[in-house]
Design a protein around this ligand. Structure first.
Ligand code: AMP
Ligand code: MG
Length: 189
């Protein structure tokens, strides 16, 4: 069984960028990680079932539908036995409130060794969301992003208690991507 790393953070914080940066360096050292995007896994299933046309529609689906997609994705990812990085969310902001990204039945499938929270200042997240035209990001204010980041920390603690996984916080500040990648490498090596 390889190392199982779950990486989380609010939309726009730069999880995928940090993962890509770290994997590029690891390649040079011949360390292999499969990188899986949980949302992409869910989206492929949701698309096949004709439920959505874009990945940003999923969080507006009925709660029961989101949970069903979530379970299917977790079961697919559980089949990977080598080193894996799962790019996902501590909680998803839905019209009905925060949906846990890693409820107990998802954790039982994923069995993470470590949960990473990628964070940065809310004003930087706002700016990143506004300049990303590839996504349909929700228009949120500073305070609401702050609340979401705080809530995610609380949820990470709960996940850690359920699984015995460690929790690590990585800052991904403007102009300091190299530092975030170095922190990520410390974990993956
Ligand atoms: P992302 O590209 O990481 O922003 O993920 C796209 C979408 O996938 C999110 O907006 C959620 O609707 C969904 N998603 C990703 N991870 C999870 C999860 N662990 N539980 C529920 N939904 C998720
Ligand atoms: Mg992403």
């Amino acid at each position: 069984m390889g190392k199982r790393v779950v990486i989380t953070g609010v939309p726009g914080v730069g999880k995928t960028t940090v993962i890509d940066g770290a994997r590029e360096k690891l390649k040079e050292e011949n360390i292999d990680y499969t990188s899986i995007n949980f949302g992409t896994c869910m989206f492929e299933v949701a698309c096949e079932q004709g439920k959505v046309k874009s990945r940003d529609e999923m969080r507006k689906l009925e709660q029961a539908e989101q949970k069903e997609l979530q379970k299917t994705a977790a079961q697919l990812i559980a089949k990977i036995k080598e080193n894996v990085i799962v790019d996902t969310h501590c909680t998803v902001s839905t019209p009905g409130g925060y949906l846990p990204g890693l409820p107990s039945w998802v954790l039982e499938e994923l069995k993470p060794d470590i949960i990473i929270l990628v964070e940065t200042d809310e004003d930087q997240i706002l700016k990143r969301r506004m300049s990303d035209t590839s996504r349909e990001r929700d228009m949120e204010g500073y305070l609401s992003i702050k609340e979401h980041q705080e809530y995610n920390r609380a949820m990470a603690a709960a996940y850690s208690m359920l699984t015995g996984s460690t929790v690590r916080i990585i800052k991904n500040q403007d102009f300091l991507l190299e530092r975030s990648v170095a922190d990520m490498l410390d974990i993956l090596r």
